[in-house]
Ligand binder design. Sequence first.
Ligand code: HEM
Length: 500
Amino acid sequence: MGLLSGDTLGPLAVAVLIFLLLLDLMHRRSRWAPRYPPGPTPLLVLGNLLQVDFEDPRLSFNQLRRRFGNVFSLQQVWTPVVVLNGLAAVREALVYRSQDTSDRPPQAIYEHLGFGPRAEGVILARYGKAWREQRRFSLSTLRNFGLGKKSLEQWVTEEASCLCAAFADQAGHPFSPMELLNKAVSNVIASLTFGCRFEYKDPRIVKLLDVMEDGLKEEMKIVRQVVEAVPMLLRIPGLAAKLIRGQKVFMTLIDELITEQKMTRDPTQPPRHLTDAFLDEVKEAKGNPESSFNDENLRMVVADLFSAGMVTTSTTLAWALLLMILHPDVQRRVQQEIDEVIGKVRRPEMGDQALMPFTVAVVHEVQRFADIAPLGVPHMTSRDIEVQGFHIPKGTTLITNLSSVLKDETVWEKPFCFHPEHFLDAQGRFVKQEAFIPFSAGRRACLGEPLARMELFLFFTSLLQHFSFSVPAGQPRPSDHGVFAFLVTPPPYQLCAVPH
Ligand code: HEM
């Protein structure tokens, strides 16, 4: 106690301050490099943490972009960050410099969920052999989903019928579609990973969705940013467990589902689904310490596919239905095209897209307007690079502001309006747009894009084939302003689904 007497406290405080100053200066060295991107002045230790609104970083980034330009820098405590805005900068970094921008920043907290050198999954895997192996495996499993008896398209089509039946059960009464959409989309990932679907009332799917929602909320907390920037804090006993409680329960559920599949597996039969195919690879890789196929990584890969593939797709579908009730003229035109090409009886198929340019344009415009993953997933430079003439050192976190491309005022005629004509030419033919990058671009672009496109088209057309959607009588017209909740979700709303 004597050590902390009044006489020693003053010099000790000065020493701590000098130490922090030196540490801070050391971490800021990169800012003084020539041609380092400009940015707001960071505070001691905290950096620019207080200058970014983590409840909706899009707003802060737009303000900073106006002040500093398309490539600006931030300091998150001691982590150097560069934010890329606009098509030219995002494309230059992600596509032309893909080799050097495809790493992910380490996220120490996930070690508490089982993330480690031999179990990196896909989304957060460092750019290297293990990521390449798992990305290739997931892509080829998605592509050759003839694993089980049914094709992936059949699974999605059958799930769409279950979803339509659940909408019909609402008997025209107002309801919020989010929960049913979440369940339908989870079932598609469950079919891919476990070859099964859950009844919508099954307590396991209800729990899975609940803990997933908790997990998303955990990601939004500012304290998460702080512990990532100062991983030492995770040594505080109990802190990590508290910060990712929901995600831990989620991993336990995934473990249970994998165990079930292991118990029912017949190794003499061909793989039934992704989990079986992975276990075959584990067997083949026995004794190879270099391989990323092991039991610990199986749970990470499956968890990644669930977390990346579920809420993204269901949130987009929730936007699609909201935009249909807000734009009944567009809804009618889609239904007219469905009547002409598919009719009322046959189930929609992916092949129908070729004859349905308006519907395809509407689905694209929903994704552009909804802009659900506005900042993508952070990347990290693995070498010093140049983007738009700025120098970005190795080890810098890159935030790709996909929103600034999807809403770029120099590209889109009406960037802030829902306007399917963005994807149609004067003859009503569908036109691709380079600035349409909701799945990001380059080597780390979304690997689930083909599946997501399939789900969006088949669920959307199946629902519109059977129902007319409207704002419930007597209820105010919902707004089309998204709420930033890790992803950008539509504002809570209800609709009426009247069979036709
Ligand atoms: C509308 C739906 C979806 C959207 C908007 C979307 C968007 C994205 C974005 C923006 C990224 C980050 C790319 C980057 O780092 O630059 C990403 C990554 C990823 N997505 Fe999707 N996604 C969707 C659906 C899916 C589905 C259905 C799956 C899986 C079945 C999936 C699996 C993944 C995976 C595994 C990654 C990480 C890729 C890697 O790091 O190599 N996504 N997605």
